[in-house]
Design a protein around this ligand. Structure first.
Ligand code: S3P
Length: 257
């Protein structure tokens, strides 16, 4: 039987080897991003991620520590996403656009695909005010809500590697655009009024559209806001006819150009 000191030394040797291998693995992540971009391949590549997970399952199939090592690989997968995100962007990603352009859906997808933190300005206001958006509008009026939005943008100055999903009217104030731009690249999502109506028609949580659930009103309000949205945007992505994976691939590609 080996002595305690010998076993401890062996474990330290293993750790050193693991660190060396994991460092090599992380270094490959940046290289992989560069290759994908150069070859015009998808960067998030959700399908490849599924195949990679299957490959690991096969490799561990007969391993006596299958359960434990699967846990370790979950951590490695997450760390690799963080390394990839660092190789891609230095800024937060702020999503703006009219109600129903898919900001929340895109935000959730990017959060998972890029291992980024997620912040939703509406949700932050609902939490700090302790009531839903409709009630804030009813009790205190729109300008009160807009002031809370501006405060929320200021609160977000210190977040890093985050997706910031902004309420549809947030960038109507220039000060909010200026404050967002300090730490974020701004992505405008667009959709036709018809698509928007289809997505929001059953919602009771958008006071701006209450009593105006029709294409004409949406079109008119969108047109009024268009210049301001476009002024704020670093990148514009049309979402009609695309699924969330396609939208996010395009977004990541454009932001990493
Ligand atoms: C608003 C959009 C809403 C919410 C509020 C006002 C707007 O957010 O902030 O109801 O003025 O466009 P979503 O764009 O997430 O629906």
């Amino acid at each position: 039987m080996r002595t305690l000191a010998e076993v401890q030394k062996d474990i330290t040797n293993c750790d050193e080897e693991i660190i060396r291998l994991l460092t090599r693995r992380m270094e490959r992540v940046g290289e992989l991003v560069a290759c994908r971009k150069a070859q015009g391949e998808a960067i998030i590549a959700a399908k490849e991620e599924r195949l990679k997970n299957e490959e690991i399952r096969t490799l561990l199939a007969d391993n006596p520590y299958k359960e434990e090592l699967s846990e370790v690989f979950l951590g490695i997968g997450r760390a690799a996403k963080v390394a990839r995100t660092k190789a891609l962007f230095r800024h937060n990603i702020a999503l703006i656009g009219f109600m129903g352009t898919g900001k929340s859906t895109v935000s959730h997808y990017l959060r998972d695909a890029l291992a980024m933190e997620e912040k939703e300005t509406d949700a932050m206001i609902v939490e700090s005010e302790g009531m839903p958006i409709t009630e804030i509008f009813e009790r205190y009026g729109e300008s009160y809500f807009r002031n809370r939005e501006s405060e929320t943008v200021l609160k977000l100055q210190d977040v890093h590697r985050a997706i910031i999903s902004c309420g549809g009217g947030l960038v109507m104030r220039d000060e909010n655009i200026a404050n967002l731009k300090k730490s974020s690249r701004i992505v405008l999502l667009t959709a036709t009024p018809e698509t928007i109506l289809e997505r929001v028609k059953n919602s009771r949580e958008r006071p701006i559209l209450n009593g105006h659930m029709n294409v004409e009103y949406i079109k008119e309000l969108m047109e009024k806001r268009r210049v301001q949205y476009e002024k704020a945007a670093d990148v514009i992505i049309a979402t009609d006819g695309k699924n969330v994976a396609e939208i996010c691939e395009e977004l990541v590609y454009r932001l990493s150009e």
